[in-house]
Design a protein around this ligand. Sequence first.
Ligand code: PMP
Length: 357
Amino acid sequence: MGSVRRPARKLEGLKPYDPKYLPADAMMSANENPQDVSDELRRKIEAAVRRVPLNRYPDPLANDLRDLIAEANGLDRDQVLVGNGGDELLFDTALAWGGPGRTFLNMPPTFSVYETNARLTDTDVIDIPRLADEDFAIDEEAVLQAVSGPDSQVDFTIIASPNNPTGLRAPTEFLQALLQATDALVVVDEAYFEFSRMTMRPYLEANENLVILRTFSKAFSLAGVRVGYILGHPDVIREYMKVRQPYSVDAVSQAIARVIFENRAEFETGIEAIISERERMASTLRSLPGVHPYPSHSNWVLFSVPQAKEVWQRLYEVGILVRDFSAAPGLEGTLRVTVGTPEQNDAFLHALRRIVR
Ligand code: PMP
């Protein structure tokens, strides 16, 4: 025969995730930390990796790393689960709380992976769009209404705080009200919380339906290694364990993440620099003709600019890669620039000033 049957119907119209990662002098498109780990830390990592037996399967649950994370958060091991990047845990969320006949509440524009995972698991999606003329704040009233009452269909929701790619964090009082208004699982995606200085950690004890997602990829300079984790109620974590891939976090990644986590205080200076550079970039962007930056609590700035697609191209031609959202639904005319080193940020601002003049 030589031919192949069609894949599952749900794949029709789906596009593979494309980070639009292109080589450039200044990589300012993927919300990574512009600083790689220090040489000293790299030496510690090398020593730790050398001790890893490569012929043995890793600890499936990464218990040593779990214990470090649990202790730092004042929790027990059974309230922590480690995954192959936050991405794996987001997929596990859809596997465990979604599925046919189940409903996910989404607040677009947001991280596109949430919706893709829902579609891949045949989960129904209810959209409550963010308020474009209020800097993409959550439509709090509509969300609370959608989850409240015995007739609500919503089984789970995911709220990025700060929200990628728009920038605002979700107000604590709103998240608190949401947790109290529903028994749906509420995942607060804190992938960038180090840059907003706000966490829902204090609300875990009182809310069995709260899961907090974190990652090593951003503040901790470890996007290349793929480690993320969730914090939640032990019963919820146990459900996640049923759907996860047994050995998704390899032994080398576990060893590297342990070293990074034990030395996490080292990253504080870099985090502070990113926050202050973010403010500098936003205020310079505000001064450029036609450019409108959205407020950001994270390590990027989303901005609208006339002829955004052409602007993206011209930035790329001078070696600066930013993320093009100019054709994304709800984000038309915008680009997102990740905070880089001060030199990269200067180069970006200088180039953009020349382009818009
Ligand atoms: N959540 C959000 C909002 C993100 O932007 C990202 C990274 N793009 C992730 C989760 C997942 O990151 P990782 O898989 O690298 O941990």
